[in-house]
Write a protein that binds this ligand. Structure first.
Ligand code: LLP
Length: 437
């Protein structure tokens, strides 16, 4: 998919770059991002919305992969940006991302984070709870500002997804519950705050979703709520945000819909709910993360050791693992991979791909069919663009890999590989523990 292909040398090529050359130039593990594919995904969302005629914002959920170069692409493609921490906000601002297109999420924004966002004049706060409503109103007041807010509501829609990554159920740490009157009280409270301008509501029903039914149900619930608010308080919402969660294909058997189908299902549901109640059409916002960057990312590893347990299993180990991709260990996520330097060779053995961390759970892929694997081969694991670099850690003091963007035969380093110096960069030896000369 994207610009990937097997070239005449039998090597994997992405964005016109032979990955064996990338390995030589940048080392491994290496995150490779197909820039053309990222832009294509962004345009699919934008084009689908444009064809609905609805006013809209597509906010890239930067949590999926937040580095300055990615913020530049999001801006160039006309997207807004969803951030959830001072770190993501700082990254966006450093990249020069227009503050008015930044939306600030999170269920426990600290006063410092709120102040930073107020100073930057971001476009919108997505408020999660009553404590935040009061805090934001007070801090905005101190700054002499009136800020746009959406209220995150929990619609009680259970999207079909892995348990650990669903956030739309009733029993969730996020948002104001719709079912028990909490969301209505939140609207009343927000309207009573002089320094908050209530734009509307937000709902996010889960992640890696393959069907439109959950989105339709969420729209219907949110629309019914909007109508209730209008009828009881004479307030209409200018914005309804339906979050992210659009699925991608990691392995055979994953069946995401084309992006346009999600967008059209959401648009149809909004249009018919509004028409039925004579409700003015709000602006629709969504927040795709995974579906923008997920399948554009590939991680390139060097194979090192192997262990064959006759009759049981053959393990091969790569020079990364759970530190650059914790998703298999956290969510039992499945990935597909090929031998990037002998991509045309027949698949003759079944191996399981282990990482190098000191932990039995550090396995990337179970039972993968590959050509005969040798030490020094390059393994390319696909669909690692979302929640990989973003969730990478320094466990075992393993250094985080570099990230390159590839396009038209050129590779640009967008995140340098961490150095040994970086690893101890924040360490301090107290005077009394210093080694005497
Ligand atoms: N908006 C909100 C409010 C969210 O909570 C999320 C994801 C998104 C948008 C973007 O969702 P996406 O389009 O990427 O599915 N670490 C997990 C995923 C956690 C998603 C959390 N929220 C994983 O690796 O699968």
């Amino acid at each position: 998919h994207g610009t990937s292909k097997i070239n005449s040398r039998g090597h994997l090529e992405i964005g016109g770059c032979d990955v064996t050359d990338l390995a030589k130039e940048f080392g491994t593990p290496l995150y490779i991002v197909d820039e053309v594919l990222v832009r294509r995904r962004a345009r699919e969302f934008m084009d689908a919305f444009r064809s609905t005629g609805l006013r809209h914002q597509v906010a890239y959920a930067s949590k999926a992969f937040c580095v300055m170069a990615m913020c530049r692409i999001a801006e160039e493609e006309g997207m807004s940006l969803d951030v959830v921490s001072d770190g993501e906000l700082y990254t966006a601002l450093q990249a020069g991302f227009p503050a008015e297109r930044i939306h600030f999420h999170g269920n426990n924004k600290t006063p410092d984070e709120i102040l930073m966002a107020l100073d930057a004049n971001i476009g919108c706060f997505v408020v999660d709870n009553f404590i935040e409503l009061q805090l934001l109103n007070a801090l905005a007041g101190e700054k002499g500002k009136r800020v746009n807010v959406l209220l995150r509501i929990t619609p009680g829609v259970e999207a079909h997804t892995h348990e650990y990554i669903s956030t739309g159920q009733q029993d969730s740490k996020f948002g104001f519950d719709l079912g028990n009157g909490t969301a209505f009280r939140a609207v009343e409270t927000a309207l009573a705050q002089p320094n908050l301008k209530l734009l509307g509501v937000h709902s996010h029903i889960g992640s890696q979703i393959f069907e439109v039914e959950g989105f339709r149900m969420a729209v219907e619930k949110v629309a019914a709520f909007a109508i209730e608010v209008r009828d009881r308080l004479s307030e209409t919402f200018a914005v309804i945000n339906l979050g992210g969660g659009f699925g991608i294909r990691y392995v055979e058997g994953d069946t995401p819909l084309p992006v346009g189908q999600y967008v059209h299902a959401i648009a149809d549901a909004i249009q018919s709910s509004c028409a039925a109640a004579n409700y003015p059409l709000p602006e629709i916002w969504i927040e795709p993360g995974r579906s923008i960057v997920g399948d554009a990312g590939t991680t390139l590893y060097t194979v090192g050791t192997s262990k064959d347990i006759p009759g049981v299993r053959k393990y091969i180990a790569v020079d990364g693992g759970m530190t650059d991709n914790p998703r298999p260990a956290l969510y039992e996520s499945k990935y597909d991979a090929i031998l990037a330097n002998r991509a045309d060779d027949p698949l003759v053995e079944t191996v399981s791909v282990a990482g190098k961390a000191c932990e039995s759970g550090d396995m990337l892929i179970w039972d993968l069919n590959l050509p005969k694997v040798e030490s020094g081969d390059l393994l390319a694991v696909f669909c690692t663009g979302a929640y990989n670099y973003a969730m990478a850690s320094n466990y075992n003091r393993i250094r985080r890999p570099a990230v390159v963007f590839v396009k038209d035969g050129k590779a640009d380093l967008v995140v340098a590989r961490e150095s040994h110096r970086d690893i101890v960069g924040n360490d301090i030896i107290p005077e009394r523990l210093k080694k005497q000369a």
